[in-house]
Design a protein around this ligand. Structure first.
Ligand SMILES: CC(C)(COP(=O)(O)OP(=O)(O)OC[C@H]1O[C@@H](n2cnc3c(N)ncnc32)[C@H](O)[C@@H]1OP(=O)(O)O)[C@@H](O)C(=O)NCCC(=O)NCCS
Length: 178
């Protein structure tokens, strides 16, 4: 993974109607581990990560990095969003800003992911004007695909990777001519 680009980081916490997007804090550590070890969350992501290893290796405050937002509802973490420039994991995404999202299963079904991702994309469009964002998700990951479509990602291609069909989409900021 490489740096996101020439952005001022961190931005001030981003507030939406119900949520706050902010940097990780020490109090999020247990929830980050819960998120990464959840079998439900990991279903289409190659499975959950091993808890004992995460407990051992995760710093007291989960790592902060440009493009990583904790999604906070009422003072508690419910998920995380990443806008990162990946190298290598998929040829299609190389060098491009890529959106990722993980929410706790108990927070699914309330529109929180839509609300948080829309705000993150809005921030991105302001920070790196005109730049597209890409996203890859398994076509079997129906919730994720629905979210991507709602956010305005459109299909570029489908392909096989990691033993499953992948959907690769792109989002472009709306440009208004002055
Ligand atoms: C992908 C993921 C973030 C989607 O979560 P989600 O809660 O389904 O997404 P949304 O925020 O769009 O919520 C949509 C649901 O909220 C409902 N909803 C309720 N109140 C709402 C409101 N005020 N506004 C909008 N939607 C609302 C919608 O009707 C919809 O319900 P449905 O699922 O019954 O159709 C979640 O499933 C997840 O974390 N999965 C595991 C990680 C993963 O696979 N990530 C993909 C990596 S590429």
């Amino acid at each position: 993974m490489t740096e996101l680009g020439p952005v001022a980081w961190p931005p001030a916490p981003i507030r939406t109607e119900r949520l706050v997007l902010r940097e990780p804090e020490a109090r999020d550590r247990a929830t980050v581990i819960e998120l990464l070890t959840s079998p439900e969350v990991g279903t289409y992501l190659g499975g959950p990560q091993p808890r004992d290893e995460l407990e051992r290796t995760m710093p007291q405050t989960p790592s902060r990095r440009p493009g990583l937002f904790i999604v906070d509802f009422g003072g508690a973490m419910i998920g995380q969003i990443t806008l990162t420039r990946e190298t290598g994991h998929l040829r299609q995404a190389a060098g491009k800003a890529e959106l990722g999202y993980l929410f706790l299963p108990q927070a699914w079904g309330f529109g929180y992911a839509t609300e948080a991702c829309a705000a993150a994309l809005d921030w991105f469009a302001g920070a790196l004007p005109g730049e597209p964002v890409v996203l890859a998700t398994q076509t079997a990951n129906v919730r994720s695909l629905r979210l991507a479509t709602k956010l305005g990602f459109t299909e570029v291609e489908r392909f096989e990777a990691y033993g499953a069909e992948q959907w690769f989409g792109e989002w472009s900021p709306v440009t208004t001519s002055v």
